[in-house]
Design a protein around this ligand. Structure first.
Ligand SMILES: CC(=O)N[C@H]1[C@@H](OP(=O)(O)OP(=O)(O)OC[C@H]2O[C@@H](n3ccc(=O)[nH]c3=O)[C@H](O)[C@@H]2O)O[C@H](CO)[C@@H](O)[C@@H]1O
Ligand SMILES: C=C(OP(=O)(O)O)C(=O)O
Length: 415
């Protein structure tokens, strides 16, 4: 069993380069299924989810060639192959195969998605969208089977603002007959990234990034070249880690606008944040104020940063309250932080965090961002080595983590 070992207590110092966004990449890769010629994606992160997805595209009959941070996908020979088990179970975003295959082949059979299971993650809004477009959806021995003789545009109101459902409906509706309107759509930057790729492939999507997205279906889509946006969750994690260790770090290759919610909360605590065109500098301070944080849909504070933020709030003076309005039970990091000496209790959808010092311990990452929280916490510990297991979760979302932290002066290694 692989472990991440961290001897903390050193302020992080230096520059870190942020890779492309995982949550974009895992939607852009299946989007390529809709094209009839070669799609090139640049600035891809080197992550286990991305590797698994590129293998899935090959299993469907596509060809995939890697070159550095770029991938060239030729989807021409892809076929409609059922994917009930295996690789689709390894990642949450395999649900995007549903929308993409439905758009291209008029059918898809996909096993229920895997990924991080911090709490039940239903896909009823995705299914409601496919049905509105004219598809029949059935449960086939634990797989979702979706079939449509013809996809027809429709007006779809999402009952819950969902990133996954918004993207999945965009994928299928791009090839539907007529216009689709998604109301109460999610506005995350990754949705704009997917719409940008689809439009470069010939789709006609307007309004991505707002709560109303209009899609005029097209008959054919073609290849193109697209560069993935920077990963705002990785960037936010390094911002938080820099602040927690009272370091001085330049986080490069970011879109500062995407980081506004994190920037605002760090400044409220007393962290010095300097925004430049494509980078953000974090200068940590000796004392931080306790604050309240509410994780919400974009442009609110991202739920994916709620766990690492919990670790930072252990470094503030006083009592902070962190509430998650996207995933109300996303607190698997809390018992582990408690093992490190943190004083945190969970009440309903909130974690109540009392500032204090942490100590080294043996802890387990139960999901990706819970793992990021443990890394941030371990980096603050002065004395002793923290051992983190469950590294495979952390590897789902952090490109080059050990190397990046070492470049910033941290004493980190895998064992
Ligand atoms: C691969 C990817 O991009 N994953 C991200 C995506 O996950 P995911 O696609 O799971 O998140 P959604 O935005 O869809 O979910 C938001 C909320 O809606 C609920 N919901 C969602 C769909 C549905 O059909 N029914 C329903 O009830 C969920 O349980 C959750 O409470 O957005 C989350 C919220 O920003 C992030 O934490 C994940 O990192
Ligand atoms: C939970 C996450 O990813 P996924 O939805 O792919 O499990 C995440 O990125 O924090």
């Amino acid at each position: 069993m692989e472990k991440l070992m961290i001897r903390g207590g050193q302020p992080l110092r230096g520059t870190v380069q942020i890779s492309g966004a995982k949550n974009s990449a895992v939607a852009l890769l299946p989007a390529a299924i809709l094209a009839e010629s070669t799609v090139t994606l640049d600035n891809l992160p080197h992550l286990s989810d991305v590797a698994v997805y590129s293998e899935i595209l090959e299993d469907l009959g596509g060809t995939v060639e890697w070159s550095g941070d770029s991938i060239v996908i030729n989807p021409a020979a892809m076929q409609s192959i059922p994917m009930p088990n295996g690789k689709v179970k390894l990642l949450r975003a395999s649900y995007y195969l549903m929308g993409a295959m439905l758009g291209r082949f008029g059918e898809a059979t996909i096993g229920l998605p895997g990924g991080c299971n911090f709490e039940p993650r239903p896909i009823d809004q995705h299914i409601k969208g496919f049905e509105a477009l004219g598809a029949q959806v059935t449960n086939d021995h634990g797989s979702v089977r979706i079939v449509a003789k013809e996809l027809r545009g429709a007006k779809i109101y999402l009952d819950i603002v969902s990133v996954g459902a918004t993207i999945n409906i965009m994928l299928a509706a791009s090839r539907a007959k007529g216009s689709t309107i998604i109301e109460n759509a999610a506005k995350e930057p990754e949705i704009i990234d997917v719409a940008t790729l689809l439009n470069s492939m010939g789709a006609k999507i307007k309004g991505a990034g707002t709560e109303t997205i209009r899609i005029e279906g097209v008959e054919r889509m073609h290849g193109c070249r697209h560069s993935i946006i920077p990963d705002r969750i990785q960037a936010g994690t390094y911002m938080i880690a820099a602040a927690a260790t009272r370091g001085d770090v330049l986080i490069d290759n970011v879109i500062p606008k995407h980081m506004e919610a994190v920037t605002a909360k760090l400044q409220e605590m007393g962290v010095h944040v300097y925004e430049m065109d494509e980078s953000i500098r974090i200068v940590g301070q000796p004392r931080y104020e306790a604050i309240d944080v509410k994780a919400l849909v974009y442009p609110g504070f991202a739920t994916d940063l709620q766990s690492p933020m919990t670790s930072l709030l252990t470094q503030a003076t006083g009592v902070s309250i962190l509430s998650d309005y996207v995933y109300s039970n996303r607190f698997k990091h809390v018992p582990e932080l408690t093992r490190m000496g943190a004083n945190i209790r969970v009440e309903g959808r909130s974690a109540i965090v009392e500032g204090g010092t942490l100590n080294a311990a043996k802890v387990r990452a139960a999901d990706l961002r819970a793992g990021a929280a443990l890394v941030v916490a371990a980096l603050t510990v002065d004395g002793g080595v923290t051992e983190i297991t469950g590294v495979e979760y952390i590897d789902r979302g952090y490109d080059n983590l050990v190397e990046n932290l070492r470049m910033l002066g941290a004493d980190v290694w895998r064992e």
